[in-house]
Each structure stands twice: as structure tokens, then as C-alpha cells.
Design a protein around this ligand. Structure first.
Ligand code: AMP
Ligand code: GLY
Length: 419
């Protein structure tokens, strides 16, 4: 098969690496890809959000299957557009991807179907939002309704901080139109766990759980990022909890979407908080999480292509999905300054040595004119290791990360040890 993967981060590198191992995949392309993906797939210089460009390129180049990995093109209807052009694609259609694209939609869905989540109210009027924050008190959480690269959420410890966040989103348009509507919700407490699940419209098959580290600095301090590292499986997520989540959250969600005429095909991401009252949904995403994907797919022992096809075709019950009995850890190496402003174009050294110890997924890299790998994004690399125990996987990932350097490189030193 001729397969195109849409996206160009660590997640897409992990997906491409698994697909390249499939006997079914003869030709692999990635749009736009990056400096590391170029080693396993042919990179196509098209933006992930160029819906028309990707559809016509896929048609002209006779793609048999397109895997849409990032949130924006899913929300923009790339899967719908590909299907309309007769090209089978992996990922939810826009009417199901809305579960991530609109927090207000996902909160209302959970309310209608009694899926446990934080109490909330939605606002389009700033004064009403400010008054609500005043009556609720702190701590309280303020979220932009739309997509904001994982950064449109403020967990405020004071009323003033929450009101300031609402003003920045609704009045100053810090996240553009994503913040025209805000969701203000109860602050939950407890460890956070991510469960990615394959979904075929009717069924959900959870992958091993993982745990992202969203804050920029050690000790879970600093601003929220797209994720600075992850482990799998998190020790807090016991088999009993997994069973409870399946019954109270995963099955009800896939069922709810189906009943409402929005069957979900793709990867459904459950961001969970294990609160004293039980597991609750923090957020849904309509795709593989990143960096969680890097560590979870490293544990997959089956052909990813077969699974992705089954998600699209509604035949997940027919595929064998096996996982290594191991643990994994990914440590993100980021550009100094991320998630705020950062420089690009710095040469990266030590990739080869690191590659002997662990799998180094490229997130924000590109090749310069001389063919050298240079930094080109906020999250630059995801150094991913698997081992029989979590402690060994963490040690291996850090040993490999220690080989790599570039100017102003920033990493957390407590991935897997912060909770
Ligand atoms: P989200 O983009 O909705 O996943 O939010 C980003 C992060 O903010 C989450 O991973 C949590 O750490 C935190 N967060 C979001 N909602 C809540 C909540 N209701 N209570 C406590 N923390 C939250
Ligand atoms: N790592 C969190 C996300 O992909 O949304």
C-alpha cells in the first residue's frame, strides 16, 4: 500500500516508524515530516492544515490510505475531504473530532451521558464569566473553548488570576477565536493519567495507560506545555481502575458519540484525573497524544497498519493487538524558552550515540543546506526507551538524553518521578 501520514512531530515519527515495519506498507510518505522522519518516509512539503493540497496530492500520487495525526486538520475536516475524494483515511471526521475541538461540546456531551467530569459553566460574556469566578472562588480552572496547542488552560489559585485569564482569553483574544467562548470549571485534584484507545465507531480498545508531564519545569512547576515527557504504564492505574474507566468512561463515550450520529473512528484520547471520588475526564482529544504516542507505540508488538485499517473499517474485533510486557519512558528535549518564544536553527549533536541507547524521535527538527540536523520547533526531540521495569526505562532514556546537546537545550530531570 501507498500510505501518507499527515503531521510532522514526534508523534508522527513514532507512527511512521511503526508503519515502515509493516509488510503491507510499500511506500510511506509524510507531510510535512521533519529531519528524523526523512529517514523512514519520503517527506512531502505540504502543511498538515493544507486540506485541499493534501487531498489533491494524495489523489495525484495514488495514496491507498492517509493517516491524519494532528488535531487541526481533523477539526478542519481533512478525513471527510479525503473520503469524499475516494481515499480511505484514519482519524475521526470533523463531526466527531469536535470532541477535542470544542471543550464546550465535550462538556455538554459528558453531561448528557452522565460521564464523570468536573462541574462547569460556559460563557461568551466576559462580565458574566468574571462574576461567576467571583462567586465560585479559587482554585478554579479557566479554559478557552477551542484548540490552543494545549496551552489554553489556566489552573488559577486565586480569583484575580482566574479573572485575568478570562480577560486575556475573551477580551485580549490571546488564543484568537478559540477564546471567544470559555469554560470555567471546578478544580479537581489527583494524579493524571492518559489512556489512548483505538476506536472503530462501535468499539474502543484501550492501549496501555501513560502519564504525561505537562508543566515546563521540574516538580510540575511553570507553564503548561504540549508535554515534556511521559511514562507507561503509570503505577497508579491499577487493573481495577482500568475496568472502572472502561465501564464508566470509555464505553459510554464511544456509545454517546455513536448515538448522536458522530461515530468515532481513530484514536480517542482520554485525559483522566484519578480524584478521591473516582476517575473523571479532564479532556478528550481526537488523536494520539504527543509525547504519549512515542512511548505507547514503542510498546506495541503488532502491525500498526492492520490496527489503523480496522479502526477505519469498523473491524477492531478482528485484529490481534498485542503489547510488550515492558515499561517505557520518553524525555522531551525542548528549545530554551518553550512554551514561550524560542530560537531555531541550532545544530544538534550526539544523535548517533543516543540512538544506540534509545529511540530518538524527532519533533521539531529539520535538515539544513549541509544536511545537518538543526532545531526547528519548541519540542525538538523525544528520547524514548523501553525496558522490563519502569525504573530501568527511565534510566535508559536519561542516559540517552545525556548524549544529546544543542544550544539552550531544556529538559525536565524528573520524568517518571514527579508524581
Ligand atoms: P486540558 O488542556 O483540558 O487537558 O488541561 C491542561 C491541564 O490543566 C490538565 O492536564 C490538568 O493538569 C489541568 N486541568 C485541566 N482541567 C482541570 C481541572 N478541572 N482541575 C484541575 N486541573 C485541571
Ligand atoms: N500530550 C498531550 C496532548 O497531546 O494533548
Amino acid at each position: 500500500m501507498r500510505v501518507l501520514v499527515v503531521g510532522g512531530g514526534g508523534r508522527e515519527h513514532a507512527i511512521c516508524l511503526k508503519l515502515a515495519q509493516s509488510p503491507k506498507v510499500e511506500q510511506l510518505y509524510c507531510a510535512p515530516g521533519n529531519g528524523g522522519i526523512a529517514q523512514v518516509a519520503q517527506c512531502v512539503p505540504l502543511k498538515a492544515t493544507d486540506v485541499a493540497g493534501i487531498v489533491s496530492w494524495s489523489r495525484e500520487n495514488a495514496m491507498d490510505f492517509v493517516v491524519v495525526a494532528p488535531d487541526d486538520p481533523l477539526a478542519m475536516g481533512l478525513v471527510d475531504a479525503l473520503e469524499a475524494a475516494g481515499i480511505p483515511a484514519f482519524g475521526p471526521r470533523a463531526n466527531a473530532a469536535i470532541i477535542e475541538a470544542s471543550k464546550a461540546f465535550s462538556k455538554e456531551l459528558m453531561k448528557r451521558h452522565h460521564i464523570p467530569t468536573a462541574r462547569y459553566e460556559t460563557f461568551t460574556d466576559l462580565d458574566q464569566a468574571l462574576a461567576y469566578i467571583q462567586t465560585q472562588g479559587a482554585p478554579i480552572v479557566v479554559k478557552a473553548d477551542g484548540l490552543a496547542l494545549g496551552k489554553g488552560v489556566v489552573v488559577a489559585s486565586t480569583v484575580e488570576e482566574a479573572q485575568q485569564a478570562a480577560r486575556e482569553m475573551m477580551e485580549d483574544k490571546k488564543f484568537g477565536e478559540s477564546g471567544a467562548k470559555v469554560v470555567i470549571e471546578e478544580c479537581m485534584t489527583g494524579p493524571e493519567v492518559t489512556v489512548l484507545a483505538f476506536a472503530d465507531g462501535n468499539r474502543v480498545v484501550p492501549m496501555p495507560a501513560s502519564q504525561d508531564h505537562k508543566r515546563a519545569y521540574d516538580g510540575n512547576c511553570g507553564p503548561n506545555t504540549g508535554g515534556m515527557g511521559a511514562i507507561s504504564p503509570p503505577p497508579q492505574y491499577t487493573p481495577a481502575l482500568a475496568q472502572r474507566c472502561m465501564e464508566e468512561i470509555f464505553q459510554p463515550t464511544i456509545q454517546a458519540l455513536k448515538e448522536e450520529g458522530r461515530p468515532f473512528h481513530g484514536v480517542l484520547y482520554f485525559g483522566l484525573m484519578l480524584t478521591p471520588q473516582g476517575p473523571k475526564v479532564v479532556e478528550y482529544n481526537a488523536r494520539f497524544g504527543d509525547p504519549e504516542c512515542q512511548v505507547v507505540l514503542s510498546l506495541l508488538d503488532s502491525d500498526l497498519m492492520d490496527i489503523l485499517l480496522a479502526c477505519t473499517n469498523g473491524t477492531l474485533d478482528k485484529v490481534d493487538i498485542r503489547w510488550k510486557e515492558e515499561a517505557g519512558c520518553v524525555v522531551v528535549l525542548a528549545s530554551g524558552g518553550y512554551p514561550m518564544a524560542y530560537q531555531k536553527g541550532y545544530p544538534i549533536s550526539g544523535l548517533e550515540q543516543a540512538g544506540q541507547l534509545a529511540q530518538v524521535f524527532h519533533a521539531g527538527t529539520s535538515l539544513d543546506e549541509a544536511g545537518r540536523c538543526v532545531t526547528s520547533g519548541g519540542r525538538v526531540l523525544g528520547v524514548t526507551a523501553t525496558a522490563p521495569t519502569l525504573a530501568e526505562a527511565i534510566e535508559k532514556a536519561y542516559a540517552a538524553a545525556g548524549c544529546i546537546s544543542f544550544q539552550d537545550m531544556h529538559l525536565r530531570t524528573d520524568i517518571g518521578r514527579a508524581f
